[in-house]
Design a binder for this molecule. Structure first.
Ligand code: AHR
Length: 621
């Protein structure tokens, strides 16, 4: 769209005044302002981001089943008490000639992609592995499985009388659809199997890593931190079901997995090491959530019983940070990681405002952690019953799932927030309800009204990013075949992905961060909301604008920033006349990021702002 072509309602500034963006006064902007929140919800970990393609690979969870397995040629399958390891007590006995696993929701088979199959077997011989169409019976690729004689960090070659086998499969054609299975056949009439796994190549070539297309989409957001492993999924429905860090490390057959909070078993294939590897591969600062004595079903650890749970966290931190002379640091090194992990931020629990006794739990965790690790930043998940100390920086994680009115009204929420050592971490937010006269119905996918109104809230936080130090949308990922929570930022199924309007808005706002927030003089807000930052490292000014209304407008401003009088201006935006414009998996995108014309001469900036709009002008020196 050309600037001159659009009939616009001028964005009227105060009488006789003009908006000026100035470097006369600035506030600092947090280097960690934008980031990602991740937990296994909506089957987005196992069955999604985690690179494993087979469901139920090791018969984990509280109700162990043979889900996803089928016998071939009348072979009988039975769950038997033949442990592969202490962590994996049940195995599958196959009487007959073979079986197949149909994947989570099918298996995506692509030409030229390298698939590594692995399984542990006791008995049987002459194992053959194939990818085949389940309904068609068509073989896509097959190979003889070989015994693995050398153990590696993640895959011991033998355990409890089971032998590890592997085969590499490289299909020469794409499968027509995802109705495919991994088939294993053998001689001998009977064999027992466990840990039946199929892994394609992963993001950045990591072994036991992340699905490439989802990981690349996350990486493209340009986030600065990753909050993990929850969310509710940290807490467990009961104390016993909490996320236990020490059961997520080491060889994959030594990880028992757990019944996750979102009603399905977690393999813990993405365990503590894998989270840090993910951070390193995407250049994200870890924000590590630790279990803090409260579980979602309402159980709380009593004050007198708390110490072992505090010790559990201290052990976790020693595992991450300790050297060879420490008990747990030594274990990390034995697990293949010599250097400490980059732990600087530790979040105590998740949404512990729901619990009754954060008043004794939070101070106890904080004291114990700070005594041993004084340089760590502690993040609280409630303020209730707490006195935040003034001489110590503490972050306070706040969560808001709201409607458009709330998002827009909250633009100035932090303007007069006290500037003290209690820093804000907006650890979850999303516009979840239609609102704005459209009712209170839940949104299924983000749309241009929700994305533009979230952007207003985000610009308000960025404007105050000397005090609001970090923000992340939640939930991030939605497997459309197993959805539990909507809306989410990114939809996917077994082989495709859809980037929502909020994904694009976040990508735009995240990739245009600065280290200083510029002063806005004579700045009226509503209907347009904006913020301007200076990126001193890359010599850029960014002017970020959101319009959550159906009106076109003209944005004009004087840029009074030294050295930028004749800078080169470019602009990108996402906008639609339709507030319900949304991007849904399998359908054409209704809104996406586009380059936009912008006029900039002698410090005078002019830009057409469309309806339901999020845009950024970049001035490059
Ligand atoms: O993001 C979904 C859930 O919302 C998170 O698990 C929890 O922290 C919040 O209530």
């Amino acid at each position: 769209m050309k600037f001159s072509e659009l009939a616009v309602i001028p964005f009227l500034l105060g009488l006789g005044s003009a908006l000026t963006i100035s470097d006369k006064s600035t506030n600092s902007s947090s280097a960690l302002l934008h980031g990602l929140m991740y937990e296994d919800i909506n089957r987005c970990g196992d069955g999604g981001l985690y690179g494993e393609l087979l469901n139920n690979r090791a018969f984990q969870g509280e109700n162990r089943t043979l889900d996803s397995y089928n016998g071939v040629d009348s072979a009988k399958l039975a769950l038997v008490d033949e442990p592969l390891s202490d962590a994996l007590p049940k195995s599958m006995k196959v009487s007959g000639s073979g079986f197949y696993n149909e994947g989570f929701f099918g298996i995506s088979v692509k030409k030229g992609r390298k698939y590594t199959a692995r399984f542990y077997a006791k008995g049987g011989s002459n194992f053959n592995v194939a990818l085949k169409g389940v309904s068609s019976g068509d073989e896509l690729v097959s190979a003889k499985a070989e015994k693995v004689s050398k153990s590696s960090r993640l895959f011991p070659s033998e355990s409890n009388g089971f032998q590890l086998y592997t085969a590499v499969l490289v299909p020469t054609e794409d499968a027509p659809d995802v109705d495919n299975g991994l088939y294993i056949s053998f001689d001998g009439g009977e064999a027992t199997f466990n840990f039946v796994s199929l892994m394609p190549e992963h993001f950045k070539g990591r072994e036991n890593g992340l699905r490439v297309d989802i990981a690349e989409t996350l990486n493209d957001l340009s986030g600065k931190f990753l909050r993990f492993p929850g969310g509710n999924n940290l807490e467990g429905q009961t104390i016993e079901r909490r996320w236990k860090w020490n059961e997520t490390i080491g060889a994959l057959i030594d990880r028992p997995g757990r019944e996750g909070d979102w009603t399905y078993p977690n393999t813990d294939g993405i365990g503590l090491h894998e989270y840090f590897e993910w951070c390193e591969d995407m250049d994200l600062t870890p924000i590590l959530g630790v279990y803090a004595g409260y579980s979602l079903g309402g159980e709380e650890v009593a004050e007198d019983d708390l110490q072992p749970y505090i010790d559990e966290v201290l052990n976790e931190l020693e595992y991450c940070l300790g050297d060879y002379n420490t008990e747990y640091g030594k274990k990390r090194i034995a697990n293949g990681r010599k250097e400490p992990f980059d732990v600087k931020y530790v979040e105590i629990g998740n949404e512990d405002f729901i619990s009754k006794h954060y008043d004794y739990r939070f101070p106890a965790y904080k004291k114990a952690i700070k005594e041993k690790y004084p340089d760590l930043t502690i993040i609280a998940t409630t303020e209730i019953g707490l006195e935040f100390p003034e001489d110590e920086v503490i972050w306070w994680d706040q969560h808001n799932y709201q409607n458009p009115e709330w998002m827009i009204d909250s633009f100035d929420m932090y303007d007069n927030y006290p500037r003290n050592n209690t820093k804000v971490f907006q650890g979850e937010y999303a516009q979840t309800h239609l609102g704005a006269g459209l009712g209170d119905e839940e949104l299924e996918t983000p749309n241009m009204l929700s994305s533009a109104s979230e952007a207003v809230f985000m610009l308000g936080m960025e404007r105050n990013s000397d005090q609001v130090l970090a923000m992340c949308y939640a939930p991030t990922l939605q497997n459309v075949d197993a959805t539990q929570w909507t809306p989410d930022m990114i939809q996917f199924n077994t082989e495709s992905i859809a980037k929502s309007t909020s994904y694009y808005a976040h990508k735009l706002l995240f990739s245009t961060a600065g280290d200083k927030i510029l002063e806005l003089q004579d700045a009226p807000f509503d209907p347009l909301y904006y913020v301007a930052n200076l990126d001193t490292k890359n010599n850029r000014v960014h002017v970020k604008i959101a319009n959550p209304t159906d009106k076109d407008a003209e944005f004009s401003a004087k840029v009074d920033v030294k050295g930028f009088e004749n800078a080169k201006a470019t602009a990108q935006s996402i906008s639609s006349t339709n507030p319900n414009a949304t991007n849904v998996l399998g359908q054409e995108e209704q809104a996406t990021l586009q380059s936009q014309d912008v006029s900039y001469k002698n410090g005078e900036l002019k830009l057409n702002v469309g309806p339901y709009y999020v845009g950024v002008v970049t001035l490059q020196q």
